[in-house]
Design a protein around this ligand. Structure first.
Ligand code: FPP
Length: 252
């Protein structure tokens, strides 16, 4: 396992290319997502072994509901299966180096099936070791919606007199994000040749390094993560300043 001079504290990963991977093999798209879940598990374990404290995987966006119903159902079935496997193999799961959290709009009454919400909240609550690498799975997630939710929370506090509107700070807004308390992602990885963020971690990735690759997600390996990490460790992060160390407040 490689050692890097500087490791990201939080990596965001857009698991893209599952559909094309399946198509190339003449398989239904759902098979690509199934293969994608295996890669998700391998990469989570590897990144945790490297000592990366936090990862976020984009699994299902607020826009993905527009996909054909059969594909949406297949992805929901994969969430269910993964949760059931975690439950059935709890002791083995507890030996893993990472623990899973779920982020996104997972309020009861929303589009995510209630049984999935119940299962995933139950899994989160049962995790014993709170010091492991955090793996966030973003489900029914949208970056703009997340910012809106945080703004509404701050507005509600202001309406109740708990915050003065002119004093609302970045920290106040960050407290309302799903990732509150976690380091901001300093590396965002998107495989499959697309060069955009697609509404992923919009607030948090303000200063993230972006890394793209043509590899389709089901073909993504530990070596690809190594390549991204090598690249990351060579980049000179300036945070809007002319050199390091980073200033305490962010500026252009
Ligand atoms: C993007 O590839 C992938 C998705 C929208 C779904 C990803 C979901 C999973 C891998 C399941 C996650 C489940 C767990 C438990 C982590 P695409 O379908 O847009 O691929 P394409 O661009 O080649 O069509």
């Amino acid at each position: 396992m490689a050692a890097y001079p500087s490791l990201p504290q939080h990596i965001g990963i857009i698991m893209d290319g599952n559909g094309r991977w399946a198509k190339q093999r003449g398989l239904p798209r759902a098979e690509g997502h199934k293969a994608g879940v295996k890669v998700f598990e391998r990469i989570s374990e590897y990144a945790a072994a490297l000592g990366i404290p936090c990862l976020t995987f984009y699994a299902f966006s607020t826009e993905n509901w527009q996909r054909p119903a059969a594909e949406v159902q297949a992805i929901m079935a994969l969430f269910r299966r993964q949760l059931d496997e975690m439950e059935a193999r709890w002791e083995e799961n507890e030996r893993k180096r990472f623990r899973i959290r779920y982020i996104g709009d997972l309020e009861p009454g929303g589009p995510v099936p209630e049984d999935i919400i119940r299962k995933l909240r139950d899994m989160e609550a049962r995790a014993r070791d709170k010091d492991k690498t955090i793996v966030n799975i973003a489900v029914n997630y949208g970056g703009r919606q997340e910012i809106l939710r945080a703004a509404r929370r701050a507005a509600a506090l202001a309406a109740h007199g708990a915050l003065r509107p002119e004093e609302i700070s970045e920290a106040d807004l960050e407290a309302g994000l799903y990732t509150a308390g976690q380091p901001a992602p300093d590396l965002i990885i998107r495989p499959s040749g697309e060069l955009r963020l697609s509404n992923f971690l919009l607030w948090q990735s303000a200063y993230a390094e972006l890394w793209f690759s043509d590899v389709l997600w089901p073909d993504f390996t530990e070596r690809d993560l190594d390549t991204a990490l090598e690249d990351f460790s060579r980049r000179h992060r300036r945070f809007g300043d002319i050199g390091d160390p980073p200033p305490s407040s962010l500026s252009f």
